[in-house]
Design a protein around this ligand. Structure first.
Ligand SMILES: Cc1cc2nc3c(=O)[nH]c(=O)nc-3n(C[C@H](O)[C@H](O)[C@H](O)COP(=O)(O)OP(=O)(O)OC[C@H]3O[C@@H](n4cnc5c(N)ncnc54)[C@H](O)[C@@H]3O)c2cc1C
Length: 466
């Protein structure tokens, strides 16, 4: 333990509890990658338990001494859920990195919370399976973090979100007790489904240690097209057409509104991909075909039918893997954040039928707040999940931020949407949550938090205020 610049006594106590090699303080702690948020490592005190017994001992100690614990996986979370402050103890799950069991017959894997999504997916694919949840941060995000944020991603419209992939779960609770519900079956009505409360609780109710996952069979190689649509209604028409056609399997349906697509394409030198008169939004679609590589002729036929119905104005079909990759670079690159820094980021869910009205409404409202605002919109259109960056490249004060919050959030619940689609609440959305949620639901959330963590040691101040 290098405790040169942090609470030497605490570092020593933790070292005595778990062994000095499990504790990282001062300079040793600073060597970790903070991930997407520099404040993730602000506590400068990290404990890396090697198994559930050590984690249980640690949490029991923290509970008795009222010490705040911040669980961390890959530190790719986008709403401040993994942020720490001096005085907190960061618990990294890196050592829970074993793929403990993989039943290729039934498509079930039991894995440690620290296993990275991409690493797991690569191993599963060798035997014809995949996790069924995928997104840009795949290289770093962990299964424990994904469970705790109830991650969504590109495949949610067909495979659901993490909540739908988890068959069983093990976690250590605030007082150090072990919650073990590592079932491997779809049907399980053995009482209240407590694990569903832990999923999406962002480390505030328990620390996830092991997960049993229902896997998806790998589909044959897909073929991709980038389609310029006149509006979201047209894009949803195309989406439904491809989803319902029995000859193909729709694999992806990602949306990019014109401002986002043009700025990103320009930055990546891919301008010709989005040089169309419409494209508000563009829809990146991928199809696979059962038992065969996707047939470009059939895809062309389907897209021509869609064009005949006014669902597409123009479309590009990727001729090779390089072109397909470029479509995805357009969707997954963060050029708008580099070119327009200090953007206010949102992650909302909007029912398909309300997408056009919602987008037009926020554009109008934001122009009234500041005429220079650019609104970059993209996301998982297949399930109505929009990511927005509201930016003009300069920092915003709190009054502007509050006004933009209202412009983006107001009306969403009434139309059947959500103010947080897949990233969670963390610190970023914590204060907005009680304003937009049903008061009874918020009060129940507070009661659950108090029940699971009476001393408020687990990621205190995140998600729900108690
Ligand atoms: C480029 C990029 C693209 C992204 N795209 C998507 C996307 O499409 N869909 C999506 O859903 N998200 C997306 N994200 C957000 C992020 O990757 C997910 O939220 C992911 O699930 C976080 O996993 P993590 O291991 O990095 O968790 P962390 O960031 O380390 O932690 C996230 C939260 O979970 C808690 N936590 C972590 N591990 C545990 C554990 N074992 N037990 C209890 N609590 C824990 C933390 O305290 C924190 O509150 C993206 C992020 C980036 C950077």
């Amino acid at each position: 333990v290098d405790d040169s610049d942090f609470e030497p006594a605490l570092g020593r106590d933790l070292g005595e509890l778990l062994g000095a090699e499990r504790v990282y303080a001062g300079e040793r702690a600073a060597k970790f990658d903070p991930g997407v948020d520099p404040d993730n490592l602000a506590a400068a005190l990290v404990v890396m338990p090697a198994n559930t017994a050590e984690l249980a001992r640690l949490l029991s100690y923290c509970n008795s001494n009222r010490l705040a614990v911040v669980p961390q996986g890959g530190r790719t979370g986008l709403c401040g859920g993994a942020r720490s402050k001096p005085g907190d103890i960061i618990v990294m799950l890196d050592r829970f990195d074993a793929i403990e069991d993989f039943d290729a017959e039934s498509g079930v894997a039991v894995v440690g919370a620290g296993v990275r999504l991409e690493a797991l997916d690569e191993q599963l694919r060798e035997q014809g399976w995949t996790v069924g949840v995928d997104f840009g941060a795949r290289g770093s995000a962990t299964i424990g973090g994904m469970v705790s944020t109830n991650a969504g991603g590109n495949e949610a419209f067909r495979s659901g979100v993490m909540r739908h992939r988890v068959l069983g779960l093990e976690a250590v609770m605030a007082n150090g007790s072990l919650f073990s519900d590592l079932g491997r079956v779809t049907k399980n009505n053995d009482g209240y489904d407590i694990k569903q409360l832990l999923i999406g609780s962002e480390g505030t109710l328990g620390v996830v240690t092991r997960v049993a996952l229902r896997l998806e069979a790998v589909a044959p190689a897909p073929i991709a097209a980038l389609c310029a649509c006149a509006d979201a209604r047209a894009a949803i028409g195309l989406f439904q057409r491809l989803l319902r056609d029995p000859r193909v399997r729709l694999m992806s349906a990602e949306g990019m509104w014109r401002d986002y697509a043009e700025v990103t394409a320009e930055a990546l030198g891919l301008r010709p991909l989005v040089d169309f008169a419409s494209g508000n939004p563009y829809l990146l679609v991928e199809i696979a075909q059962p038992g065969a590589n996707a047939d470009a002729d059939l895809f062309e036929e389907l897209l021509a039918e869609a064009a005949g119905q006014g669902e597409i104005d123009e479309a590009l079909i990727a001729k090779n893997e390089g072109e397909r990759r470029n479509f995805w670079r357009l969707r997954e690159d963060w050029a708008v954040d580099r070119l327009y820094p200090h953007g206010l980021w949102y992650d909302v869910s909007v029912p398909h039928a309300s997408l056009d009205d919602y987008v037009a409404g926020i554009q109008q409202k934001l122009a009234l707040i500041d005429r220079e605002f650019r609104v970059f919109i993209f996301g998982h259109l297949g399930d109505g999940n929009l990511h927005l960056s509201v930016a003009h490249g300069r920092p915003h004060d709190d009054t502007i931020r509050a006004a933009v919050d209202v412009a983006v959030f107001e009306g969403l619940k009434q139309m059947g949407g959500a103010i947080s689609a897949e990233h969670g609440i963390g610190l970023e959305k914590r204060d907005a949550l009680p304003k937009y949620l049903c008061p009874t639901k918020y009060a129940l959330m507070q009661s659950v938090k108090r029940l699971f963590d009476p001393n408020n040691i687990l990621n205190p101040g995140k998600s729900v205020r108690v």
